[in-house]
Design a protein around this ligand. Structure first.
Ligand SMILES: Cc1ncc(C[n+]2csc(CCOP(=O)(O)OP(=O)(O)O)c2C)c(N)n1
Ligand code: SF4
Ligand SMILES: [Mg+2]
Length: 312
């Protein structure tokens, strides 16, 4: 059911005076998580910007119980926490909130293990496409061509496609979302919260500091990632694959905005704006991504994904 903006809680979930930068997508996203799931949530946050925004008890910047955990252990700590709550008869949503580094690099082993065991947790990767908290170093989710402090001339490899890797774990729920479309993200969280088992949401989180844009543009850049076709919005639910209503029209290249509209707003791409051969590589990446999405849609629009990836 579509989210009614007026019916969303206006409670302060992110406290004033916290440590996030202006225009921070992580504090925006955390607010949406609580607006979607309410107070029945315990967050598990490995090292990253959000563990700084979270602050130190009793003066936390986030109005929710949080387990702060080592960088590599988000999904395993959440698995144990959920098991403990089950033993105590407490029905909390245990939600991992981990960065792209904490998800696709150092936390990947724990994530893959928890997904394979079908642990009853929600795992959200807040993807700002670099290790922001330690000074904008590249991660495996930094996209091709992007400047970081460890890729001065632009990254040479494409982004690791973590949501698709999670689809091939045969988990119950995988979705992509962005802080650019909060109601889409909130709807997905609410749907995920009604499913038992392992659920994964990938949240694209444009970061003004690391991507080098004006802090007023966070939501707009998230929307442009979708409108240029760079970031398809989809849901994979119990073996069924579907494109999200907001992003469906960008399957057709005729409906997409040129990728330059997205790149030109971000200082991290400044060095390649006058290099058509570099922009072509990003356009090819978009085409290849949609080939993959198209194949998943054709194969699993009516279900069946679970039979391919799990022995029954
Ligand atoms: C084992 C270990 N290695 C390195 C660090 C240092 N460290 C803390 S946060 C961080 C970057 C986190 O990046 P990401 O997961 O993308 O989250 P973001 O800061 O971008 O939100 C690093 C490298 C650490 N805490 N533990
Ligand atoms: S560096 Fe980016 S993600 Fe980190 S607190 Fe600042 S705006 Fe938020
Ligand atoms: Mg990051």
């Amino acid at each position: 059911m579509a989210v009614n903006l007026k019916a969303l809680p206006d409670k302060k979930y992110i406290m004033p005076g916290n440590a996030s930068c202006p225009g921070c997508p992580e504090s925006m996203g955390l607010r949406y998580v609580k607006m979607a799931l309410g107070d029945n949530v315990v967050l598990v946050i490995p090292a990253g910007c959000s563990s700084v925004i979270q602050g130190i008890a009793p003066r936390s910047g986030i109005n929710t119980p949080i387990l702060n955990i080592v960088f590599a252990a988000g999904a395993s700590a959440a698995s144990g926490l959920k098991a403990a709550y089950e033993m105590l008869g407490k029905d909390y949503h245990v939600v991992v909130w981990a960065g792209d580094g904490g998800t696709g690099d150092i936390g990947f082993q724990a994530l893959s293990g928890a997904a394979e065991r079908d642990e009853d947790i929600i795992y959200i990767c807040v993807d700002n496409e670099a290790y922001m908290n330690t000074g904008i170093q590249r991660s495996s989710l930094t996209p091709y061509g992007a400047w970081t402090t460890t890729t001065w001339t632009g990254k040479k490899e494409h982004k690791k496609n973590v949501p698709i890797i999670l689809v091939s774990h045969g988990v119950k729920y995988v979705a992509t979302a962005t802080v650019g479309y909060p109601t889409d993200f909130i709807e997905k969280l609410r749907r995920a919260s009604k499913i038992k088992g392992f659920r994964y949401i990938h949240l694209l989180a444009p970061c003004p500091v690391g991507w080098r844009f004006d802090p007023s543009l966070t939501a707009r850049i998230g929307q442009l990632a979708v409108k240029t076709g760079l970031y398809p919005l989809f849901e994979y639910v119990n073996g069924k694959f579907r494109l999200s209503p907001i992003g469906r029209r960008y399957k057709d290249p005729k409906n997409r905005l040129p990728i330059i509209e997205y790149l030109k707003l971000q200082g991290r791409y400044k060095h390649l704006l006058d290099k058509p051969e570099e922009i072509k590589k990003i356009e090819e990446y978009i085409e290849n991504t949609w080939h993959l999405i198209d194949a998943l849609e054709k194969s699993f629009s009516k279900g069946g994904g679970e039979k391919i990836y799990k022995a029954l």
